[in-house]
Design a protein around this ligand. Structure first.
Ligand SMILES: Cc1ncc(COP(=O)(O)O)c(C=O)c1O
Length: 389
């Protein structure tokens, strides 16, 4: 049957994203080329996804090989790639068991279900300005009214307290609290690092009430902040870690990493997914993790990130439009005194890609592998843009 739609071909995608005037053609390393042949320096890495750069040879090779061997059987089969990826995720974290999902929201959905099932409790506490995803559970956990608007009623049992405020959390947490979920550095909320003492107090408060302590490492994980997981900077031992974005270096993959005492709550038939942990995703994830770990990209991100923040402070701090420069590793926010969106479009004209976090923050999440010279070209464009040149 022929469609009666009146829309033009460019309009056949739901407008959930305010799309830029750039059509992706190809990407390599730290650059993206559009269909007009313009090449951009990528300082956003697909929103913290391609930590090893676009088309990294090890990931490409692993996916290519798996493509020929088969890409779906079902989670009723043992998949060697899942086992190997789980071994890496548990070896380099405090977790023992992994459930593989397809995305960040799904990983958080799994974590929330696991916490309620294990504790038999209802309440999930999260933080204002947090972001945990767009599905009903992860959206309810997200502490931003603008994300909830129009989708009510929200799931019951979710409460929000201010970030970096220990007292507020201690007052909210009680015997009905299943879990506290926290981003070690708030990403979408404006690149706001959690104070180590705050994060440690959150963990202690959760453990005191026998609630689970969940770290959402979907944006901060896999080397981004200069540690394999950002909570490791503060010496935390979460019961559950969720991760996604950079896990497959651009191939969709997510994971819930839990402590062994949670095993029974996720027994046969309790939770599932058709595609989560499929062999292609696991080939990408395994190759990504091996490369991040063997080549120590976490440490390199710590060093490069520190040098980048210093450079940004040196060049931009004195500008009246710049309010604060902050971040951890290669996750950096430049808070402005005016909306960031317009500056981001100006940057694009100069061939540089960055992304906003909240209304006034320009967020930089470059590939960890970006060459210093390329990075400095990006910084120069930023300096010119913020100087209105
Ligand atoms: C901290 C955090 N949690 C969860 C999500 C949701 O991940 P996804 O978009 O893969 O569902 C995001 C995405 O930006 C995120 O930054």
């Amino acid at each position: 049957m022929e469609s009666t739609s009146q829309l033009n071909t460019e309009e056949q995608i739901f407008p959930t994203y305010k799309k830029w005037n750039i059509t992706f053609k190809s990407a390599s390393g730290s650059t993206i080329t559009d269909q007009k042949g313009k090449t951009y320096i990528d300082l956003m890495a697909g929103v913290g996804v391609v930590n090893l750069g676009h088309g990294h040879p090890a990931v490409l090779k692993a996916v290519e090989q798996q493509l020929h061997e088969g890409w779906h059987a079902s989670n009723f089969f043992h998949y060697e790639g899942q086992q190997k990826t789980a071994e890496l995720l548990t070896k380099y974290s405090c977790g023992d068991l992994v459930f593989f999902a397809n995305s960040g929201a799904e990983a958080n959905e799994g974590a929330i279900k696991l916490a309620r099932k294990h504790t038999g409790r209802r309440k999930i506490i999260s933080f204002l300005q947090s972001f945990h995803g767009r599905t009903f559970g992860s959206m309810a956990a997200t502490g931003q009214d603008s994300i909830h608007k129009g989708f009510g009623p929200m799931l019951e049992g979710f409460e929000y307290v201010p970030y970096n405020d220990v007292k507020a959390l201690e007052n909210a947490i009680d015997e009905d609290t299943a879990a506290v979920i926290v981003e070690p550095v708030q990403g979408e909320g404006g690149v706001i690092p959690g104070d180590p003492s705050f994060l440690q107090a959150v963990e202690a408060a959760a453990k005191k009430k026998d609630a689970l302590f969940i770290c959402d490492e979907i944006q901060t994980g896999i080397g981004r902040t200069g540690a394999f997981f950002a909570h490791q900077h503060s010496g935390l031992q979460p019961d559950i870690i969720t991760t996604a974005k950079a896990l497959g270096n651009g191939f969709p993959a997510g994971a819930v990493i839990g402590k062994v005492h949670l095993k029974e709550a996720f027994g046969p038939g309790s939770h599932g997914t058709t595609f989560g942990g499929n062999p292609l995703a696991m080939a990408a994830a395994q190759a990504t993790l091996q490369t991040i770990i063997e080549e120590d990209w976490s440490q390199k991100a710590a060093e490069k990130g520190e040098a980048l923040i210093n450079e940004l402070k040196k060049k931009l701090s004195s500008l009246s439009v710049v309010k604060e420069i902050r971040g951890k590793g290669m996750m950096i926010g430049i808070e402005l005194t005016e909306p960031a969106g317009e500056k981001i479009l100006k940057l694009q004209e100069k061939g540089v890609l960055a992304i906003a976090a909240g209304p006034n923050v320009i967020r930089l999440l470059p590939p960890l592998t970006i060459e210093w010279d390329t990075l400095m070209q990006g910084v120069q464009a930023l300096e010119e843009t913020l100087n209105n040149k």
